[in-house]
Write a protein that binds this ligand. Structure first.
Ligand code: SAM
Ligand code: SF4
Length: 358
């Protein structure tokens, strides 16, 4: 894998950031991709993400209103150079006003002159009936999470017996002509390693793009051990039992997934792309172009940040758009060079994945 060289450290001092039209950091990275968490709640309880009893959900008054979310997204796009917005959570389909927020976002024009690209990461429950509204609102892309094709294993893994609903959601997204429809799979030791090849066959047959994701230390604390994690190399080794793999030719850019071209070894002629996101074993922090907004209005520079910058009180105390943009830019300026999972002093962030927005 080739690493993009970091640009020289910009000389722009933090005090001048309020004039900036980009979210640039001291390591030369420019954030173009905004992840917005629309709720910390969820209707599944995936073992790698949440405890069985759920979490202490955010009180409603601490969550951003629709108007506040839309205002901050508008500032990010029109003043700070954001070109893509992905809605996540928790489960973003639980936000009743998702269509309204997507519509307001997709109508924004980027600094390149086109419309903002909008995407959704979802567990798929209830997606089929929301799809017409979401498509009408301008949603471009969808990632649906699916870690196994075995109904019992799915029920154990998510603590809910909902596999048929997820498969229906994938079919509905494909039938609605969404392109690409991506499927996210987290592989865990002794849990779903044997699903690697079946998941790949399923996605290639359907015409969906599979992304395997290494499990990260972001869920219940006892659930992750570096030495037990299934690495990207191990996932690829499993894939090679069913597929000939060659590195995909297109440049990776800021995309987290390393792409492979997969060709089935049997006679069915399965053929297509599969991505592997090696966030832990081969971090891509040097190319990261992401900034994050949590449900309660905090800017996070990274999934693993130990600190964050809240815009909620600022917005509620009457700050104007220029002030909000300046604070956002200032937060990103201090983005650390990497997530530091391998540092001896690494500590899991206080917020779990579902409250950050994956
Ligand atoms: N509820 C939605 C879903 O599951 O797609 C969106 C939020 S979820 C936090 C976003 C993505 O993060 C999902 O694909 C999920 O599998 C992944 N995820 C959650 N916890 C993770 C962990 N500890 N390590 C790696 N990926 C994780
Ligand atoms: Fe819910 Fe997504 Fe976390 Fe699973 S991964 S518990 S679906 S937020």
């Amino acid at each position: 894998m080739t690493k993009r060289l970091l640009l020289p450290t910009p000389t722009l001092p933090p005090a001048r950031i309020d004039g900036a039209r980009q979210l640039i950091d001291t390591h030369g990275r420019v954030a173009r991709d905004l992840r917005v968490s629309l709720t910390d709640r969820c209707n599944l309880r995936c073992t790698y993400c949440m405890p069985a009893e759920g979490l202490d959900w955010l009180p409603t008054e601490l969550s951003l209103s629709d108007e506040e979310v839309i205002r901050l997204i508008t500032i990010a796009v029109t003043r700070l150079g954001i070109r893509q917005v992905r809605f996540t959570g928790g489960e973003p389909l639980l936000r009743k006003s998702l269509e309204k927020i997507v519509a307001a976002t997709s109508s924004l024009r980027t600094d390149e002159g086109g419309n903002v690209a909008t995407a959704l990461t979802t567990n798929g429950l209830g997606l089929p009936r929301r799809l017409p509204g979401l498509r009408g609102a301008g949603l471009d892309r969808v990632n649906i999470s699916l870690d196994t094709l075995d109904r019992e294993r799915y029920a154990r893994l998510t603590r809910r017996d909902r596999l048929p609903d997820v498969l229906e959601a994938i079919d509905a997204a494909l039938a609605a002509g969404m392109h690409p429809v991506k499927v996210n799979s987290v592989i865990m030791p002794g849990v779903n390693e044997e699903d690697v090849v079946p998941l790949a066959e399923y996605c290639l047959e359907k015409g969906a793009e599979l992304r395997f994701i290494e499990q990260m230390p972001l869920g219940p604390r006892e659930k992750w051990k570096r030495e037990d994690m299934v690495t990207a190399e191990q996932i690829l080794a499993r894939l090679r039992t069913g597929f000939h793999l060659t590195p995909a030719e297109e440049p990776r850019g800021a995309a987290p997934a390393a792409l492979w071209h997969a060709r089935g070894v049997d006679k069915r002629g399965l053929n297509g792309r599969i991505g592997v996101i090696a966030s832990v074993s081969s971090p891509f922090c040097g190319d990261c172009d992401r900034t994050r907004l949590t449900t309660d209005g905090a800017i996070r520079t990274c999934l693993f940040s130990r600190s964050e910058t809240s815009l909620r009180e600022l917005i509620r105390s009457g700050a104007d758009d220029g002030e909000l943009a300046a604070v956002w830019a200032g937060a990103m300026w201090g983005k650390l060079p990497g997530h530091g999972i391998d540092d001896p002093g690494f500590l899991q962030p206080q917020r779990p994945m579902s409250a950050i927005g994956g």
